[in-house]
Write a protein that binds this ligand. Structure first.
Ligand code: ZN
Length: 133
């Protein structure tokens, strides 16, 4: 695993949070993208060496809506850049981490992504992401 590629933050109201993070970071987001399969709209801010990804649910059965229902708004996941996601999925599985995705799936921002279960990572949802070529 390489650098923290982004930090994902679950938010109730995207427009309110976009205004908040624009003020906090001193710049507007550079990208907004819907991931329909996940029922989520993602909004990205450049934060120097990393990015902030705001996650807003588009429907009630979205994983983000469920997360907010259970835990409230806040940090949802930490994403690490990887070079070969399939190798990393296998390596983490071999090392005893529990996988949420045993196969990479399409993420926002031109990435292939896979999550590790928070049960095996100290209650932090960990995303691995590979930039698609
Ligand atoms: Zn993410």
């Amino acid at each position: 695993m390489k650098q923290v590629e982004h930090i994902g933050i679950a938010v109730k109201d995207l427009e309110t949070s976009i205004a908040l993070y624009t003020s906090l970071l001193g710049k507007p987001p550079y990208k907004r993208e819907e991931v329909e399969s996940e029922g989520v709209i993602t909004v990205f801010f450049d934060a120097g060496n990393t990015k902030i990804e705001l996650l807003g649910a588009t429907r009630e059965d979205s994983p983000i809506a469920k997360f907010i229902e259970k835990r409230g708004e806040g940090i949802h996941h930490i994403a690490f850049a990887v070079e070969n996601i399939r190798e990393n999925i296998q390596a983490k599985s071999d090392a005893g981490f529990e996988l949420i995705n045993s196969e990479p799936k399409e993420g926002a921002d031109n990435k292939l992504i896979a999550f590790l279960h928070p049960k095996s990572t100290g209650n932090v949802l960990v995303e691995m992401c590979e930039e698609k070529g």
